[in-house]
Design a protein around this ligand. Sequence first.
Ligand code: HPA
Length: 276
Amino acid sequence: MNDNQQQKDCRTAADYIRPRLKKPPKIGIILGTALGSLANEITVSAQFPYREIPGFLQATAPSHAGLLINGSLAGQDVVCMSGRFHYYEGYSFAQLAAPIQLFKLLGVQLVIITNAAGAINLSYRPGDLMLISDHLNFMGAAPTRGPNPDEFGPRFFDVSHVYAPELRLLAKEVAGTLGTGLHEGVYAYMTGPQFETPAEIRALRTLGADAVGMSTVPEALAAAHCGLPVLGISVLTNMASGILPVDAPISQVEEIGNIAAADLATLIKGVLSALP
Ligand code: HPA
């Protein structure tokens, strides 16, 4: 699919959804692997299985529901993607911008992006949460590569503050009040679906990464392109490859993700309540 087609598909999806929304959303949320339980806490006013949205992508990854939910959460009008898209599913980077561009077309002003990630920082533990302060993207991943989608943003754009400092400050204050532990660190993007080699993890640590995962960065870049501030939170489901004297515990991603999803939900609801 070429990139112009992707912009058209986005508009088709937005035109389908907009008149069916009961509550125009201010906040867009993307839920990561095994983190779908937050969706159950939304007071739903409308919901759309991805397969019913014309022009939209289909979620194929395990533990990704494939449902766009509109409603209210902690006093805010939200639209939430329960089930996200990854490069390893075969989508192009341009396609990975679709959820964010759809949010933008629906009037969203702020995006919350969550993910499951492996801990690279040796002081982190499985089950901990990490606020994303910045990212490393060595994958050549640019969701706006190709003809620039001018209606969303300019050809060249700044990525000094993708993860909005004021939202990070707010998240840290809320975590402090709630007594939720919250690290702050750098997320390294790897396309997967294979987990990383121990050598890759050592290299990423040397280069300044605290956590690693297979999502978030294409969406965060698309958000930066269209001027949407991002709050990014990783749930650290496992220690990354080579840290422990066992193979990377892939089964832990869902198990720990499901447990830590409760802390993540509490934190996100706290942030939403504290927003104006
Ligand atoms: N590596 C990449 N992606 C992940 C990991 C990991 O260790 N854990 C959860 N998602």
